[in-house]
Structures are given as C-alpha cells and as structure tokens.
Design a protein around this ligand. Structure first.
Ligand code: DUC
Ligand code: ZN
Ligand code: ZN
Ligand code: ZN
Length: 485
C-alpha cells in the first residue's frame, strides 16, 4: 500500500493548530506526527493543512423554472475540488406527486459522475401518505436524514403550514432534521404580481419582491412550528438580520436551530441589481436576493459569535442564455448563482484575511460544524487518524483575481468576477486521491462516493400515524413541466 505524506504544514482543525505531517493510506488518514516518511511526499511548507470544505447546499443539474441548472455532478464537483471543497450535499427534489424514492433514483443516476464525495438532503415538495411512508425508508435505508421544505415558490415547490407541521412531526419521531427555505411565498407572489402590474419587469424588481421581512417572518414561523413539532431545524441561506435575529433568539432559548449564510450574501450586496445592465443584474438573481451592508454586517457578526454555524453556496448555476428566459418578466429569470469554486478563497480572504475569523473558526464554518450537524463527523470534517483523507492544503500567500475565463464551472460568467483573493489550494485530496495541484485538476469522474448518515435520537414520539390533514385545499400547482418543477 502506498503512503502519501503531507509534510511540513500546519494542521488546522476547528479546535487548534499545530505543526505536523499527515500520512494517508488507502484513502484514510493513518498517522499525524512529526518526521513522517512516505512513498510519496507533498510539500506543505508555509501552508495550512485542513479538512476539505463541505458545501451542504448545492443544486446540480436540477430541473427548475423551466430548465436545468447547468453545472452537473461532473462540472460542479470539479469546480468544488478546484476551490478546496471535497464534499457536496445536493437536494434531491421530487416533482409534486413524485415519490421520494423515485426522485432519489433520478439523483443517483446523475451523481454517478461526481469527482468528490457527496450526500443528499431530501426536499419535501408536497405532502401525502406516500411521502409520510417513504420518509422512514429514506432515513433508515438510504442514510438521508435532512428534509428541506420550501416556504416560497408558491404553486410549485411551496408547502403550507399544515403540511410543514405534519412533516416536521414525522421527522421528529424518525430522528431527522427539518430544513427550510424561509421566505413567505404568499407575500412574494403578491409583491411580484404588483411589481409586474406596475411595469417593473427588470431583474431589480426581483429584489423588491423579496424584502428581508418575508424572510424574517418565515424564519420565525418555521422556528415556532419546529418547536411545536419538537424537531431540530436548519435554516438555509440566511441573508438578513431579521432571520438571523430569530435564529439567535431561538438558540439562546436552547432550541436546536442552525443558520447557514451563503458566501454570496456575505460578500456581494444589493448594488449588484441597481443601475446595472440587464445581464449583470439577472445573473445575480437568486432567492433570497443580495442585501445591504447592514445585513451583511449581521451575517458576519453571526459567524464571529457562533449564532450562525455554516457557510454554504446554494450553488445553482445558470448560463446567461438561461437567465434571458426572464427578459420582460423578472419572475421567469431562473433563480440561482454559482459559488462552489470560490467559497473557500472568498471566505478565507474576507474572513481570515480581514481578521474577522481565526483559521480554526474558518475550518469550523466551512467543514467541521456541518459534518457534526449532518452526523458524518469525524469521517468528514476532521484531520484525525481514521478520518477520510479529504484534505485541503491552503497556501495563504497564493493570490488570484477571480475570472470566469479561468473557472471550472460550466457557465459563462462569475458573480465574483474581478474579486482579488489571497489564500488558494496548493493541494486538494479527495479520499486520498490528489485532485488539485497548484491549480491543475487531476480529479476523476466517478471517484465520488455517497456518504450515508445515521438518524439522531427521536425528539418527539407522540405522533406516528398517517393522518389526512383536516382541511385539504385544492392546491393548484400550475406551470410545472412534467420533467420537473
Ligand atoms: N434559491 C435560488 O436562488 N436557487 C435555487 C433555489 C433557491 O431557493
Ligand atoms: Zn432555497
Ligand atoms: Zn437552495
Ligand atoms: Zn489517485
């Protein structure tokens, strides 16, 4: 068996930093110490040796808003590795009426191309007895324990409060974790219709249609419903003070609630939508939209104080041509931005480089915290003997200017274009395989493996039988292509 030793670096974990070599054999970290020898040696002099990034929020080749997101498990996971991320967690998304297991089969077919390890969250896009039943199978036999609920995208992905409450209760008894996309979909639909009726058709109207209040309201509501159901809650893409404040308060009260800001919301603001050309603004249309400085400061404060736990990307990349589906009607601009390749360098530069985060805190919010939340620690998110050798060797002196021309992602622009970053991968290792050496990719299609996760202890055993909701409404789900949502 060949042993690879990463030599002369500083190991950084979420707890502490120390000088040591790291030996890897057969995809696993086998020894950490000084003066280790191997068949192959990687020089990490002057570098930090840390757990590879985990991005718990991606949408690869996702059917959405009449098209598919362009980065798939092939290009998306290469982009991840190029940027120091060694595991992604993608959302398996059933079309309304489609079973969970059926949707997972579709995701398995796509994910076979992954260059790095991956897991899934399951989306609950509709509610029915089949979903109730299959939740147990998904958790017990597939090792998927996290279920996301869209409180927005009315008429397509959105679930109502009674459906959400029922689903949360089911998760509580199965030891799962509820996740929410927190935006009040009813209010967004009203605001969007009003803006369009008044002739506001451009991408800047997208931001006006989703003010911070719609997010704050939904985050509060989800937290209260989760509390009543007794389920832990993970709030994705927290973009504003209103949602952060709700999470902060819940945590202070001892509720198991986590918040996930995105690198985009931390580093890009709403000026990207205003007085810009159509393409520039549309390329940055995502939900929630970018906010102002006050909200960005709140998110940074959350990371620094620990009230926000994880930095993700919501990587959902559409080309300019796809964005142009929304010319004349901002509600038809596919929502989503890229970030997989840039999360680590951007957060290192603007977080550690600015002194807001220590290197250890950086490791916590890019890798270790989410590995713990998702119950795959210390296989992932750790530099420990026995852990998977998913390793980022980061050179804090290496610099570049981000540019679409040089990116791995398959789209034709980059929302971070022109940003200078300092702190880039020298080596990236995925389960022992060296996938990046100084910007050169040597990853392999299909190398990625699915990471199963175990459920936690049930948090509420009171309600376990399927029950029809008392007042089922005819929910109109229109305009959904048969292939997706
Ligand atoms: N937001 C986006 O911008 N894209 C994908 C889904 C989402 O919630
Ligand atoms: Zn979302
Ligand atoms: Zn998302
Ligand atoms: Zn190899």
């Amino acid at each position: 068996m060949t042993t690879t030793v990463i030599k002369n670096g500083t190991v950084v974990t979420a707890d502490l930093s120390y000088k040591a070599d790291v030996a890897v054999e057969n995809g696993i970290i086998t020894e950490i110490g000084e003066g280790l020898k191997g068949d192959k040696e990687l020089d990490a002099t002057g570098c930090y040796v840390m757990p590879g990034g985990i991005d718990p929020h991606t949408h690869l080749e996702m059917p959405f808003m009449g098209t598919y997101s362009t980065d798939d498990f092939d290009s998306g996971t290469q982009a991840a590795l190029a940027g120091g991320t060694t595991m992604v967690v993608d959302f398996a998304l059933p079309s309304p009426g489609q079973g969970l297991l059926d949707a997972l089969q579709m995701w398995d077919n796509k994910a076979g191309r992954a260059h790095c390890d991956y897991s899934y969250h399951m989306a609950v896009t509709w509610w029915g007895e089949q979903v109730f039943d299959e939740m147990k199978t998904v958790i017990d036999t597939r090792g998927i324990t996290t279920f996301k609920h869209f409180m927005a995208y009315k008429g397509a992905l959105m679930v109502n409060d009674d459906e959400m409450y029922a689903s949360f209760q089911r998760l509580a008894e199965l030891g799962g974790i509820a996740m929410v996309h927190a935006e009040n979909g009813d209010v967004v639909a009203e605001l969007s219709a009003k803006l369009l009726a008044e002739g506001n058709t451009g991408p800047e109207a997208h931001a006006y249609s989703r003010p911070p209040q719609v997010e704050g309201e939904a985050a509060n509501r989800a937290i209260m419903i989760a509390d009543m159901a007794g389920v832990p809650l993970y709030v994705v893409h927290v973009s504003c003070e209103e949602a952060h404040e709700a999470i902060r308060r819940a945590r202070q009260q001892g509720k198991r609630v986590w918040g996930e800001p995105l690198i985009q919301h931390l580093t890009l603001d709403e000026s990207e939508y205003f007085n810009q050309d159509w393409d520039h603004a549309a390329r940055r249309v995502m939900s929630p939209p970018f906010r102002n400085q006050k909200h960005q400061d709140s998110l940074w404060a959350g990371l620094m104080s620990g009230s926000l736990s994880v930095v993700a990307t919501d990587h959902c990349a559409f080309t300019t041509d796809q964005k142009r589906y929304g010319v004349g009607d901002f509600t038809k601009i596919p929502n989503g931005t890229g970030g997989l390749e840039d999360r680590i360098p951007m957060l290192w530069t603007q977080g550690v480089g600015s002194g807001r985060l220590t290197p250890e805190e950086f490791v916590a919010v890019t890798s270790t915290n989410i590995a713990k939340i998702l119950n795959c620690y210390p296989r992932k998110g750790a530099i420990r003997v026995g852990s998977d050798a998913d390793i980022l060797v980061l050179d804090p002196e290496k610099e570049k200017t981000i540019s679409a021309a040089a990116q791995v992602s398959a789209i034709d622009y980059n929302v971070f274009e022109g940003k200078k970053v300092k702190g880039l991968p020298r080596y990236v290792m995925t389960r022992g395989h060296v996938a990046v050496t100084d910007g050169t990719l040597t990853s392999r299609e299909g190398h990625g493996q699915f990471v199963e996760r175990k459920a936690g202890t049930p948090t509420n055993t009171a309600l376990s039988k399927w029950k029809d909701l008392t007042a089922p409404r005819p929910v109109q789900r229109s305009g959904i292509p048969a292939s997706g949502v």
